[in-house]
Design a protein around this ligand. Structure first.
Ligand code: NIG
Ligand code: FE
Length: 433
């Protein structure tokens, strides 16, 4: 007979549960301290994961270990190690071909992101490369990127389409994203986002593109979702001066909402268009970037329970001003983090993102971990299953080769050395050695 439990981890120096009372998003005063288990001398932290992949027990060795020892298929001794929940990447653009290393050189020489975009480079360059790439090749590239993210501790990632812009390529990108869910080699949960409104396709106006998305792309995609041929969780729009304006964005988001998708879009990155107020009114799950958000926008997000997903790699690369993260947290907005992995910001490391968030945005280390776990899960509507170490949640964990979890942020680079194991639903899916 097989053991009733899948995995028992014992003797950890520290377990960072993040939250321990079923909280589904965290802001304000509560971000000061994380829920942790810090065992006294001679004791240790213990986690048990059931056959269903969910956490069955968490506590001290002295309280729970003996009750489960002998009933678990695998036993892991975490002496001198610390454990955090699997990290959640709240914002990625991981399906594309080609690269934009030449544009990196242009930016170093002083060109701005929007200058390159307006000259036909940027997203539209990647669109050309992606349209000409087969689904299988796109999937190979995507899978490698997911693996890289997973090695940095990520067990759930939001993944956007958005380098097709036409129906066929957007659909292909979404199929690529969906493939990860059915591939037993991919050990990561994925939240799929349709981002057909990522740029205005060459030869179209913003109005034409908006109509194509609302009247052609969304109905066709919805039909595919209704017949279970495709799965889409969220809809995204790049709401920005020179891309989609607030009215166009609102129309697209409303059409997505009618199709049953959550709203999670790019807002107030280079200009304050007050798109956040529009998103809050529509009860968007999350809005991203927010460098230029207004005080009224912060208030609207707080009142409507929207998550602010901030992206410090992009702000760092493009020398953008920092979003008012502290003000958002103090005002009651849950702040989440994402790598924003894309051909402009080539970063597949959530620990690096947390370091940037602390140093550049003035977040504390607990705030950065909240943002990279429970709040990022909340931005995807998944914080009842992901983002903390609590009984009943998925057994998604990162075992760190250090007695104090903060080393994951403190060490600027080389954190790959610290991630000893990544555990997904109770299975060790990555080991450093
Ligand atoms: O979030 N701002 C729009 N989208 C991406 C960039 C995509 C690209 O440049 O390819 C972002 O930074
Ligand atoms: Fe983005």
């Amino acid at each position: 007979m097989s053991a009733p439990y899948k995995l028992l981890i014992h003797s950890a120096n520290q377990i960072v549960q993040v939250v321990s009372n079923g909280e589904t998003a965290v802001s304000g005063q509560q971000t000061r301290n994380l829920s942790t288990i810090d065992p006294g001398p001679g004791d240790g932290g213990c986690i048990v994961i059931g056959r269903d992949g969910n956490i069955a027990a968490v506590g001290l060795n002295s309280d729970i270990k003996d009750a489960y020892m002998g009933k678990c298929e695998n036993v892991y001794d975490a002496t001198n190690q610390s454990i955090i929940p699997g990290l959640v990447d709240g914002h990625t653009h991981p399906v594309w071909a080609g690269d934009r290393v030449n544009e990196f050189a242009m930016k170093l020489a002083g060109a701005s992101y929007m200058e390159i975009h307006e000259a036909g480079g940027g997203i539209n360059y990647t669109v050309e490369q992606t349209r000409n790439c087969s689904e299988d090749h796109l999937y190979d590239l995507f899978k490698k990127r997911l693996y890289e993210l997973m090695r940095s501790g990520v067990t759930l990632a939001e993944c956007k389409s958005g380098y097709g812009l036409d129906f066929d390529t957007e659909e292909r990108m979404l199929r690529v994203i969906n493939r990860a869910t059915h591939d037993s080699e991919v050990k990561m949960d994925v939240s799929a986002t349709y981002c057909g409104a990522h740029a205005i396709p060459k030869g179209s106006t913003a109005e034409e593109a908006t109509r194509d998305i609302i009247d052609n792309q969304i109905p066709k995609l919805k039909a595919l979702c209704d017949s279970w041929e495709l799965h889409i969780d969220n809809i995204d729009v790049f709401c920005e001066k020179g891309v989609f304006d607030v009215t166009q964005s609102k129309g697209i988001l409303e059409a997505g909402m009618s199709a049953g998708w959550k709203l999670n879009f790019h807002a107030e990155e280079f200009n304050c268009l007050h798109s956040v107020e529009m998103g809050a009114q529509l009860k968007a799950s999350a809005m991203s970037h927010l460098e230029e958000i207004s005080d009224e926008g912060i208030q609207a997000m707080a009142e409507n329970g929207c998550v602010a997903t901030v992206l410090p790699s992009t702000a760092y690369l493009l020398h953008l001003k920092s979003p008012p993260v502290r003000k958002m947290i103090e005002s009651g907005v849950p702040v989440a983090l994402g790598t924003d992995f894309n051909p402009n910001a080539y970063c597949l490391s959530m620990p690096m993102i947390m370091n940037l968030a602390c140093v550049n945005y003035g977040m504390t280390m607990p705030q950065a971990l909240y943002a990279a776990t429970i709040n990022a899960a909340a931005s995807l509507g998944k914080s009842t299953t992901h983002g903390s170490i609590e009984v009943g949640k998925l057994g998604d964990l990162v075992v760190l080769d250090t007695t104090r979890w903060e080393h994951l942020i403190y060490r600027i680079a080389g954190t790959a050395d610290l991630v000893k194991h990544v555990i997904k639903s109770g299975e060790i899916v990555y080991s450093k050695d």
